[in-house]
Design a protein around this ligand. Structure first.
Ligand code: ATR
Length: 292
């Protein structure tokens, strides 16, 4: 990559930021597409967020990604927020158009693009078990309901959080059934009948985290099992699903596709998804993951 006086800038704001895979992924994409843009990691403490957002304008950056813990609060410093990001309540991508900053959320759409692209699953009329009720679950639930899912059961360790999420979206998508459950294998075994998709949006199953105890054996034979955890690529959940002969969807796809949508918002070009996937996979197989 050759940086000159004409090179434009982009990057990611987070706290911490040391383990992000986005610079490797986006720089590979810019290079493959012939874009003269460089993508850098920026450690932004919560107190410095307003100044960092203003710097996107001052430095005439193309845009930035925003990650934990800034995804919700950043909305207050932008000029406008896209309706999907507003409904989800979080922004992960900021686009700078002549000094006007607009916030988007590409997590839910990125998830759907990856899921449908890899497995052919379309949410219309389907029954879904959503594990987790945090930020990722919000974005994915919004995408599933927007795509016409008929029913979603949200299973979470903290049931109140699942209830709050069901309440937030159940009202907007009135015709759909949005239920809640404890994250309890015995209870879920009784409730998975007819499920078309199970998606884990928690950190359970990630390297260094406990494994998700889910009753894979009770799922119907046509169900798709999806995990947004990408380290390891094949979580215990996915291994058990594969052993049962179920279709599986790995977490790397959402990571790449949310980034691909950001790339497309910044450049107006079709993202080189294969190049981005390769860059992330190379990094995952090469790099240590301590501290993540
Ligand atoms: P993110 O933005 O990545 O979704 P988050 O908002 O902190 O992160 O949400 C994390 C999700 O993982 C939550 O659903 C959380 O459950 P709680 O709402 O009960 O906290 C879930 N989670 C994290 N660690 C967990 C664990 N050890 N056991 C069960 N659920 C866990």
């Amino acid at each position: 990559m050759k940086i000159t006086g004409a090179t434009k800038t982009s990057g990611i704001f987070g706290h911490p930021i040391g383990h992000t895979l986005s610079p490797v992924m986006q720089n590979a994409a810019f290079e493959a597409a012939g874009c003269d843009i460089v993508y850098l990691p920026f450690h932004v403490s919560p107190a410095r967020l307003p100044g960092a957002v203003d710097a996107v304008r001052a430095l005439e950056m193309v845009g930035v990604n925003v990650t934990i813990p800034h995804k919700e609060r950043v909305m207050g410093y932008l000029d406008s927020v896209d309706p999907t990001a507003r409904a989800i309540g979080a922004v992960n991508t900021v686009v700078n158009s002549d000094g006007r900053l607009t916030g988007y959320n590409t997590d839910g759409e990125g998830y759907m693009r990856s899921l449908t692209g890899e497995t052919g699953f379309v949410p219309e009329g389907k029954s879904v078990i959503l594990i987790g009720a945090g930020g990722a679950a919000r974005a994915i639930l919004h995408a599933l309901l927007s795509g016409g899912a008929a029913s979603v059961l949200i299973a979470n360790r903290t049931v109140k959080r699942a209830e709050d999420l069901a309440c937030d979206f159940g009202g907007v998508f009135e015709a759909r059934e949005v239920g809640v459950s404890a994250l309890d294998a015995a209870e879920l075994a009784r409730r998975v009948e007819g499920a078309d998709l199970v998606v884990n949006t928690t950190s359970l199953g990630m390297e260094g985290s406990p494994v998700l105890d889910f009753p894979v054996e009770a799922l119907p034979t046509g169900a798709v099992v999806s995990d947004i955890v990408y380290r390891p690529g094949d979580t215990e959940l996915l291994k058990r699903a594969s052993e049962r002969g179920l279709a599986v969807h790995r977490g790397i796809g959402m990571l790449v596709c949310q980034g691909a949508l950001g790339f497309e918002l910044w450049t107006g070009l079709t993202a080189p998804v294969d190049v981005m996937t390769r860059a992330v996979m190379d990094e995952l197989s090469a790099g240590p993951s301590e501290g993540e």
